[in-house]
Write a protein that binds this ligand. Structure first.
Ligand code: NAD
Ligand code: TDX
Length: 348
């Protein structure tokens, strides 16, 4: 297996949850430079990156992945792209799918065209999701998603990610683009926007509010620590086979009720804090990842995702970093860009 090294990465969506963790991780573990291209949608937060702002290997560019000229200019400096930029929340896609098509589908297509016109030598890792495979039944625990499973997305979010995956594959086949796709399960860890279940529940409890559990709470997710995910993405970038898809999972399946009870226990709270609310429309019952391929071919497996330790550590991060999530919940995080970069945020 050959190992590729890179001098400068273009990271799209690096002000979001996984992208910012990835930038911290890659700067700490590799001698590379990073350009972070992010439009600072509601989930983009430069406070996630305040600790490395002065690092000369890091540069933030405020812009949209739908801006082809900007992409072409940035690609001249870079030898690989790690593509996180997307609308990422299922509930928002049920309310309004349009931004999902714009960023996830059209944005990815614009990036692919920019890569095409900048030569065939730049590697792309497209960060996708297990949600493109649809849903598994609860009564067949032996079933898991593998890389050849049919693409059967259910939510508008998942459909937009599936469309982007298919575009990436088509550009690899048609134009020979050096592109790889990763599909991971639910991430947890620091800097996750408090609309997603773990930070929403932890911060609600810290504010003395109840936690809204959808439906019967029996839906199952496979929880992957965000730093395990970052390490897996880097492994795929450096060692992956062009044109391949790699599943990434935490071997850590939990029902939402189990997750909620674990959070309540860690935080010393009782079951009266659970509020059962109406189910999400089209709510996928179970996701489960078979991540044997990346283990067998590239030697990666999760080392940070096991519970209860990893969940306790994540809960503690939100307990210790109340300024961070209180700025998000109050909207004050939107002022950071103006303070640091002297310009007002006009988008989203
Ligand atoms: P996030 O919502 O926290 O971050 C997304 C980032 O992308 C934000 O900083 C946002 O400003 C930026 N962005 C959105 N549209 C853009 C555009 N048009 N141009 C430039 N920047 C744009 O999301 P996340 O949870 O960090 O997810 C990152 C990626 O990982 C997404 O592609 C998502 O589909 C995928 N993913 C996430 C999870 C998870 O559990 N969070 C699991 C599987 C896959
Ligand atoms: O308030 C809530 N109550 C609740 O019961 C919320 C926000 C969620 N839930 C349930 C729905 C899901 O079964 O918790 C589970 C997890 O929900 P989310 O945190 O919204 O994640 P999910 O919909 O599973 O999608 C996540 O993982 C796959 C990411 O948001 C996606 O970007 C990723 O692709």
């Amino acid at each position: 297996m050959s190992i590729q090294t890179f001098k400068k990465l273009l990271v799209t969506g690096g002000a979001g949850f996984i992208g910012s963790n990835f930038i911290h991780f890659v700067l700490a573990t590799r001698p590379v430079s990073v350009i972070n291209l992010d439009c600072l949608s509601y989930s983009g937060n430069l406070e996630n990156l305040s600790a490395i702002e002065a690092d000369e290997r890091y540069r933030f560019v405020h812009g949209d992945i739908n801006d082809r000229q900007l992409l072409e200019d940035l690609l001249k400096e870079c030898d690989a792209v790690v593509h996180f930029a997307a609308e990422s929340h299922v509930d928002r896609s049920i309310i309004d799918a349009r931004p999902f098509v714009k960023s996830n589908v059209m944005g990815t297509q614009t990036l692919l065209d920019a890569l095409r016109s900048s030569g065939q030598d730049k590697r792309l890792v497209h960060v996708s999701t297990d949600e493109v495979y649809g849903s598994l039944p609860l009564d067949k625990p032996e079933l898991k998603f593998h890389e050849e499973s049919p693409i059967k997305p259910n939510s508008p979010y998942a459909a937009s990610k599936a469309a982007s995956d298919l575009l990436v594959q088509s550009y690899h086949e048609t134009f020979g683009l050096d592109a790889l796709i990763t599909r991971c399960s639910n991430n947890f860890g620091a800097y996750q926007f408090p609309e997603k279940v773990i930070p929403l529940f932890v911060t609600n409890l810290l504010e003395g509010k109840k936690v809204p559990l959808y439906g019967d709470g029996k839906n199952v997710r496979d929880w992957l620590h965000v730093l395990d995910h970052c390490e897996a993405i880097l492994t795929v970038l450096e060692k992956g086979q062009s044109g391949e898809v790699y599943n990434i999972g935490g071997n850590n399946e939990r029902s939402n009720l189990e997750l909620t009870q674990a959070i309540l226990q860690i935080m010393g709270q009782g079951p009266e804090m659970i509020e059962y609310v109406a189910d999400r429309l089209g709510h996928d019952r179970r996701y489960a990842i078979d991540a044997e391929k990346i283990k067998r071919e590239l030697g990666w497996e999760p080392t940070r995702s096991s519970w209860p330790e990893a969940l306790e550590e994540t809960v503690q991060w939100y307990v210790d970093n109340q300024d961070w999530w209180r700025h998000v919940k109050s909207g004050a995080y939107r002022d950071y860009y103006q303070l640091q970069y002297g310009q007002r945020l006009t988008t989203h």
